[in-house]
Design a protein around this ligand. Structure first.
Ligand SMILES: NC(=O)c1ccc[n+]([C@@H]2O[C@H](COP(=O)([O-])OP(=O)(O)OC[C@H]3O[C@@H](n4cnc5c(N)ncnc54)[C@H](OP(=O)(O)O)[C@@H]3O)[C@@H](O)[C@H]2O)c1
Length: 305
């Protein structure tokens, strides 16, 4: 397939990615392997080449310390010989077992976790490897050096940060400059029109440092799709009905008020709330691609409208 016109470069890399990145946190449950595979097939056929996963993802079955791995296995099976068609991002850092070496950003865990991700993803390389969250118990130098080693070994092409704040990001950039380590090329923070805190300082920092921002929970778990008209009675088959703890703002009065305002702004532009959300968020300078979770192909199709 020829390269779709909508691809965007992640600054400082030769990765070109679609503006919509397929999130896979719900692969396994409620999105069973067969449906997840159909979603990946459809995404690749339509130029959506960017997949976001983590070693800890196993859908709704996830509890802190559970072994994870399910989403990566599904992706590995689904991609098969099409590996080069996809830009695969995965993460390390969340607990995946009971011991101290089963979590965090210490060298031992990073090295083991990376090899396990490569095995499950059935690949020799990870395009973008994220530190999933800060690990206050490990010196940053140790974690960055381990990532640099993985890049040197060809197991990882580029690396990024997720859930790190502005001060931590600045510190990491300083350490990279001081030690000659490769810099992070991407940042994955939570961001939505209901949660805009990164606009204050993280997004400007990433813009000035040429770090691509790839936000997650852009739909705020589904709230920004407009389907929760009656939050106390979420429609059957939605996250609000199936996994309300993953959509904590559902019954929040201030959120409902804000949703109402956003719906009116969208209508004034002749857009649905979902369409307005995607277009407004993608237009923010510094944002490269939006990670969205979907349950079905028809949900994914809506992002291309
Ligand atoms: N780095 C991190 O710490 C971190 C944390 C969380 C997530 N993530 C990444 O971000 C991805 C997305 O997270 P998320 O799934 O929690 O948030 P999200 O993208 O804001 O919400 C996804 C949910 O919205 C609903 N939805 C999606 N498209 C829709 C459509 N067109 N119409 C109606 N409903 C629609 C679906 O739920 P229902 O149909 O079930 O209602 C879907 O599961 C994850 O898969 C993961 O890759 C990263």
């Amino acid at each position: 397939m020829s390269e779709p016109r909508f691809y965007r470069a992640i600054p400082g890399t030769n990765l070109k990615v679609a503006p919509i990145c397929l999130g896979t946190m719900t692969f396994g449950a409620p999105v069973e392997a067969a449906e997840a595979t159909r979603i990946i097939d459809w995404a690749l056929e339509h130029g959506l080449n960017f997949l976001d996963t983590a070693n800890s993802y196993e859908g709704y079955a996830r509890i802190p310390g559970s072994p994870g791995g399910v989403a990566e296995e599904i992706i590995g099976q689904a991609l098969g010989k099409r590996r080069t068609q996809a830009v695969v991002a995965t993460k390390v850092g969340n607990p995946i077992g009971p011991s101290a070496d089963d979590r965090g950003l210490g060298r031992t865990h990073i090295m083991r976790a990376c090899d396990a991700s490569l095995r499950r993803l059935q690949t020799d390389w990870i395009d973008l490897y994220y530190m999933h969250r800060p690990d206050p118990e490990t010196p940053l130098e140790q974690s960055i050096a381990a990532f640099a080693e993985l890049i040197g070994a060809g197991k990882v092409r580029y690396w990024g940060l997720s859930n790190f704040d502005t001060a931590q990001t600045s510190q990491i950039l300083e350490l990279c400059a001081r030690h000659g380590w490769p810099r992070p090329v991407a940042h994955q923070p939570a961001y939505s029109l209901l949660n805009r805190s990164i606009e204050r300082d993280l997004l400007p920092l990433c813009r000035s440092e040429q770090i691509g921002v790839i936000p997650y929970q852009v739909l705020q778990g589904g709230l920004l799709t407009g389907k929760y008209q009656h939050p106390t009675a979420p429609p059957t088959g939605t996250r609000g009905a199936e996994k309300p703890e993953w959509i904590p703002l559902l019954n929040d009065a201030a959120t409902q008020q804000k949703l109402q305002e956003l719906t009116e702004q969208a209508a004034a532009e002749g857009r649905t709330l979902l369409n307005y959300t995607i277009h407004t968020t993608l237009a923010l300078p510094g944002i490269v691609s939006l990670i969205v979770g979907v349950k079905r192909i028809d949900q994914l199709k809506e992002f291309l409208q």
